[in-house]
Structure formats: structure tokens, C-alpha cells
Design a protein around this ligand. Structure first.
Ligand SMILES: *[C@@H]1O[C@H](CO)[C@@H](O)[C@H](O)[C@H]1NC(C)=O
Ligand SMILES: *[C@@H]1O[C@H](CO)[C@@H](O)[C@H](O)[C@H]1NC(C)=O
Ligand SMILES: *[C@@H]1O[C@H](CO)[C@@H](O)[C@H](O)[C@H]1NC(C)=O
Length: 274
């Protein structure tokens, strides 16, 4: 997942800018991250002093969820989410495709604490794995509490029928892919009022653990909730999500990180009923 602050300039954006005399400062250039070569995930921690947690952190995300090792937690609650339709903006921030909410869209409640939904973005292929299996896509719903802590709801996608929400924004994604004047700015396309029904379907099962942002600065202490229900996406839709991105970010999935003793807990509706 990506924080909504920190908008690094990516390689391609810099190439588009070389004719412009302003704005390319070495500081930003050195902290540019991507997913291949010298700016790839293994190097993030050395790209900027702000990114050291990416290499030093002991509680990093993503992880492989080994079903045989997860621990059921009967005290977990069913992940209540209350989102309302509000104006949204489709954003290409260079390293992923994001939907940003212009107003208060709603909250996720964990242990009685409200986490406000800030943005939704995609990774292709998935970052989390289940029993070693990587999926073609993963959606992250990024929430933040009033005291600044993050919690992310993650949804995995397998190939199959098209996703109804991505079908609705197909033309917008196409516009984003055509936008060549982004430079070091993000490309923005207004989506109007976004229907949020698909984002708050009842959850029967989820995995929870403490992890980090999956992009620099890799900040830790984030509550991850990976839904047990895998949804479907068509191969075309995965391409629609990749098309607007810089070449070094088309496969924008960080490799799995060691658990280092962390346990992954499971909420299962069946336990809650007993
Ligand atoms: C949504 O955005 C449009 C265009 O900016 C604006 O006219 C409209 O009032 C907004 N709707 C709401 C509910 O804020
Ligand atoms: C938490 O969110 C709920 C649902 O939107 C709301 O009713 C409640 O007032 C919020 N609590 C706080 C402390 O903001
Ligand atoms: C919230 O963040 C602070 C500072 O990072 C941390 O000390 C605290 O434990 C966090 N609270 C929760 C519930 O994660």
C-alpha cells in the first residue's frame, strides 16, 4: 500500500521532464523508487534516510499467509465498515492507480476505534500470498485514525468474471493511460459520486497481523486485514490497471517479507457464532 503523502518522481516522469529547466532536484531523484533494478524493493532502504525501515524493519508487509499456521481469534469482530457515496478522484501517482475520496466517505471500526477511509489502490500482481500462491491483483483500502495510525483492508483477486467496479471506470482508466503530460505531477480524473456498495460487503473471514506500508517509507505498526473471500477480475482489467503506470512499476508488487515471529490471526464467522 502507498501513503497518500510522499509523491516520488519516477524514472519515466523524469525522462519527460529533461527538457524543462526547473524542478529536477537531486534529492527527489535519489529517493525515487520503483520495482526493478537499482531502485527495486531490495534497494529501497538505501534510496533515502527516510526509507531505512524498508530494510531495517522487522514487521514488514506483505507476507505469505500459511493457512496451517494461522491462529483463530474468537474475540475478533466482523470488521464493520460504513462507507457512503461521495465524490472520488482517480489518480495515477506513478507507482499505482489510486482512488482518492474528496470528502468523508466513512469508517472501519477496530476495537472501538474509527479509521477513516482515505484511498483505495491496486497492486498487480498481488503482494500477499496464501499458501505461497500469488494472485493477479490485490486491492488495498487504506484507513487512518484521528491519531494517525493506519489500518488496511486487503482484497485478493483471481482471474475470472470482470470486477463490476473496474468495469464502470474502464473509460477513466483508458483516459489515464493516454495522459502524457503528467510530468512530475500526478494525473487526476474526477469520477463523480462513487458507489461504495461493493466495498462494504459483509465479511465472513479475514486474516489480521501487524505490518507496514508496502511502499517507502515502509512505516510499521499498521493493522492489516486480508479478506478470506477472493474476488474475480478479468485479464483485460489487470491490463487496464497496468497501462497507465511507468514501465518500472507495471509489476508493482513488493516481495514477501519474513514474519519474524509475528502471528497471523483469523476471524471466522463460524467461530463467532459458537
Ligand atoms: C461532486 O463534485 C461535483 C463536481 O466538482 C460537484 O458539482 C458536486 O456538488 C459534488 N457533489 C457532492 C455531493 O459533493
Ligand atoms: C465512529 O464512526 C461512527 C460511524 O460513522 C460514528 O457514528 C461515530 O460517531 C464515530 N466515533 C467517533 C469517535 O468519531
Ligand atoms: C498508534 O501509533 C502510535 C505511534 O506510532 C503507536 O505507539 C501506537 O501503538 C499505535 N496504536 C495502535 C493501536 O496501533
Amino acid at each position: 500500500m502507498a501513503p497518500r503523502y510522499s509523491v516520488p518522481v519516477l524514472g519515466i516522469a523524469l525522462l519527460l521532464l529533461v527538457s524543462s529547466t526547473s524542478a529536477i532536484d537531486a534529492g527527489r531523484h535519489s529517493s525515487t523508487f520503483g520495482y526493478v533494478g537499482s531502485n527495486g524493493p531490495g534497494k529501497w532502504g538505501s534510496l533515502s534516510p527516510k526509507f531505512v525501515t524498508c530494510s531495517n524493519g522487522k514487521h514488514q508487509t506483505p507476507v505469505d499467509i500459511v493457512k496451517g499456521q494461522v491462529v483463530r481469534n474468537k474475540r475478533f469482530e466482523p470488521l464493520p465498515r460504513d462507507y457512503n457515496p461521495v465524490n472520488a478522484t482517480l489518480v495515477n501517482n506513478g507507482f499505482n492507480i489510486e482512488i482518492r475520496f474528496d470528502e468523508h466517505v466513512g469508517v472501519l471500526v477496530i476495537n472501538g476505534k474509527n479509521y477513516t477511509l482515505k484511498q483505495v489502490h491496486y497492486h498487480t500482481p498481488s503482494e500477499h500470498r496464501i499458501d505461497g500462491i500469488q494472485f493477479p491483483a490485490e486491492q488495498h483500502l487504506v484507513h487512518q485514525s484521528a491519531d494517525g495510525n493506519f489500518s488496511v483492508v486487503s482484497i485478493l483477486y483471481k482471474y475470472g468474471a470482470p470486477d463490476s467496479f473496474l468495469r464502470k471506470i474502464k473509460s477513466n482508466l483508458g483516459e489515464l493511460a493516454k495522459d502524457k503530460c503528467a510530468g512530475d505531477e500526478e494525473a487526476h480524473i474526477p469520477l463523480g459520486i462513487m458507489d461504495t456498495k461493493h466495498m462494504k460487503r459483509k465479511t465472513r473471514k479475514y486474516y489480521r497481523y501487524l505490518g507496514s506500508l508496502t511502499t517507502p517509507p515502509c512505516t510499521e505498526n499498521i493493522i492489516w486485514n486480508i479478506l478470506g473471500k477472493v474476488r474475480s477480475i478479468s485479464p483485460d482489467q489487470v491490463q487496464d490497471l497496468k497501462a497507465p503506470l511507468a514501465s518500472s512499476c507495471k509489476d508493482n508488487s513488493r516481495p514477501v517479507q519474513p514474519l519474524n515471529g509475528r502471528k497471523i490471526e483469523l476471524y471466522d464467522e463460524l467461530d463467532a457464532k459458537n
